[in-house]
Design a protein around this ligand. Structure first.
Ligand code: CO8
Length: 294
């Protein structure tokens, strides 16, 4: 099987998986949404050039992620991921909060069986299947599920007043959207244990020093900075960027040897694209490349 075929079959299975995940969530609420018509109750979405901007907007509850919000998020992210005119996505919240976690009031009285049957944690599987790069622009609180949501994104920018934490133990539960796994990978065992076992929140500065966020910006500039980076990424070849993202993400699941072999297959697969020919020819000709996403 050629490298290009390996990559393409990977893309197809990701797309199928994503579609099934989102179908399940959208089906839960029995509602249909339209990113284009901005028909969400708890999100504000818009397209800026080649970038999809998704803002969680439930400020009265500090953007707590109730079922409706996660369904809407799944739908909006999937729609932008499928849109061939969108090359990157920015995910943000409101001024005071990216998201203060899953909605405690909604889940407080659910039984074990109800919680298990709903399996709301599967929402986060969506991020394993998204091909477009997603940049989180975090202002204010990113706690519990909000912190987990940010960590599921590919790049995290934080405002100066951002706070990150996994305080679930303080309300009698533990992280359920991948926090124990992703925080460990982001900051190492000692720091992850301290945060998860005590519920301690960390500042944007600590988060940057620990490698959880890639840059800090002023509160009123962080979304613009994320949009700028997303715009640069979206101006490149989509299949090439997606292959780069897939190669980096593979490192989380693969041995070094298998990861290197996977990267090599994807590298070789880029030579099956017109954009690789265009990019290298443009370099040799000393001109800007014209990407066709082909
Ligand atoms: N859920 C529901 N409502 C919330 C949440 C939340 N996570 N966070 C804040 N709110 C609501 C408050 O209840 C309040 O509403 P109201 O005015 O109606 O009482 C409003 O938002 C404003 O909040 P505060 O008055 O508390 O504002 P403060 O500035 O005093 O405090 C804090 C801000 C520190 C962010 C505080 O609100 C807080 O501690 N929030 C909870 C943080 C938390 O524990 N998050 C983890 C939740 S559990 C989780 O995320 C698990 C994820 C995995 C789930 C997978 C399956 C679903």
């Amino acid at each position: 099987m050629s490298a290009a075929v390996v990559f393409e079959s990977g893309l197809r299975s990701s797309a199928g998986q994503l579609s099934r995940i989102v179908h399940r969530f959208v089906g839960l609420g029995g509602r249909r949404f339209s990113a284009a018509s901005n028909s969400y109750n708890n999100l504000q979405v818009e397209v800026r050039g080649s970038v999809g901007l998704v803002a969680i907007h439930r400020p009265a509850a500090l953007n707590a992620l109730n079922d409706e919000t996660t369904m809407e998020l799944a739908d909006a992210l999937q729609q932008y991921d499928r849109d061939s005119t969108i090359g990157a996505i920015v995910l943000t919240g409101t001024d005071r909060a990216f998201a203060a976690g899953a909605d405690i009031k909604e889940m407080a009285n659910r039984s074990f069986v109800q919680t298990r049957r709903r399996n709301a944690g599967a929402f986060m599987d969506l991020f394993l299947a998204l091909r477009s790069p997603v940049i989180a622009a975090v202002r204010g609180y990113a706690l519990g599920g909000g912190c987990e949501l940010a960590m599921a994104c590919d790049i995290v920018y934080a405002s100066e007043d951002a706070q990150f934490g996994l305080p679930e133990v303080q309300i009698g539960t533990i992280p359920g959207w991948g926090g124990t796994q992703r925080l460990l990978r982001a900051v190492g065992k000692a720091k992850a244990m301290e945060m998860i076992l005590s519920g301690r929140r960390i500042s944007a500065k600590e988060a940057e020093e620990w490698g959880l966020v890639s840059a800090i910006h002023a509160n009123d500039k962080v979304v613009a900075a994320a949009l700028e980076t997303a715009g640069k990424i979206a101006s490149l070849s989509q299949p090439i960027v997606q292959m780069a993202k897939a190669a980096v993400n593979a490192a989380e699941d693969m041995s070094l040897r298998n990861g290197i072999l996977y990267e090599r297959s994807l590298f070789q697969a880029t030579f099956a694209t017109q954009d690789q020919k265009e990019g290298m020819t443009a370099f040799v000709d000393k001109r800007d490349p014209k990407w066709t996403n082909a």
